[in-house]
Ligand binder design. Sequence first.
Ligand code: GLA
Length: 398
Amino acid sequence: MPPATPEHANTIQQHVMDTFTERFGAPPTALVRAPGRVNLIGEHTDYNDGFVLPMALDRALWIALRPRDDDQVVLHALDFDDSVQIALPVTQPEAADGGLRKGWSEYVRGVAWALHEAGLTLRGWEGVIASDVPMGAGLSSSAAIELATARAFATVSGLDWHAAQFAQIAQRAENAWVGVKSGIMDQLISAAGVAGHAVLIDCRWLTLDPVPLPPETQIVILDTATRRELVGSAYNERRAQCEAAARSFGVPALRDVTLNQFEAAADALDPVIQRRARHVITENARTLQAAAAMRTGDPVELGRLMDASHISMRDDFEISRPEMDRMVEIAQAHPASFGARMTGGGFGGCAVALVRAEAADPFSAEVAAAYTAATGLEPKIYISAAADGAELISVPTA
Ligand code: GLA
């Protein structure tokens, strides 16, 4: 169970349930939630069959729902004040290469499509959706809607819930329906997060190894208030560069290249491909070291690895931006901080810092003020506990 259900989560639960009753004329029969995530380290390693170390957030997308007797999915999204009706089964073609489908309901359609493609028979349902996962911030608001949708379909259709299987189906929705060639990290941690823990995920074998956060530390998420358009295409470009690097080493994925092998061959690589590969290969090693540091409760070593990860993302993978670098420098310089780095796909969004727990509040206020002074931007700061993954909460019947 999450250590404590934050006030905002209680409010969202109540809001989706009350709105459901108003709109559909009877109370919901089920409530599902799926969390966003923050990745502590291991960035752009998942689609290279490598290692990641994310945790599920205590911020989530919630759906209050009830099955229908027909093959329609009727949904209202409170955050967009928008309703859709989707006829099952969803069988349209995949997104054309390079084409991106946009809008909240495409994640629902995509999951319905991917479940159907997986051979599962789906029932219709109606639901009300709301989320407190910040959107477009690199905290996986899209994985949250995908996994909550998958959980809702599983509930009404009587499907057994297997976290890794549904995470892969949700990833298929993201890759082939929405058109972003993302790896498995976001969907898997949203499906299988563990309260109080980050989870070391081996993205080749999909093994999950929960590791506790170091004692007396707190994860603080620092939203730079910067976003970049066309993230999907820049992301897909990075992925293609990594695949080119793996091909030049004659291996299935960069996971299979050691640092020694890389250094021996680096000079022969195109300079851009060389930098991309160096990031992935060194980041995989840092991620394993970070999990080891967490197991021994060593926040100093974990923080050092986070700092090194940021430099690698900034200089080798080239997915940072000046405002992000400022935020990370300010966070790193604060006396309460063990380390900080950009988190998520990149090009804006959030940094993550590992902070002394007793100083998390002053850290947040002081870093926010310094960032505003440096950039003129108003950041948002989230002090977040690690929560469980997607779950079904039964609704008491009156
Ligand atoms: C996005 C993707 C993930 C992962 C990260 C970068 O969040 O959805 O699969 O590749 O970027 O680590």
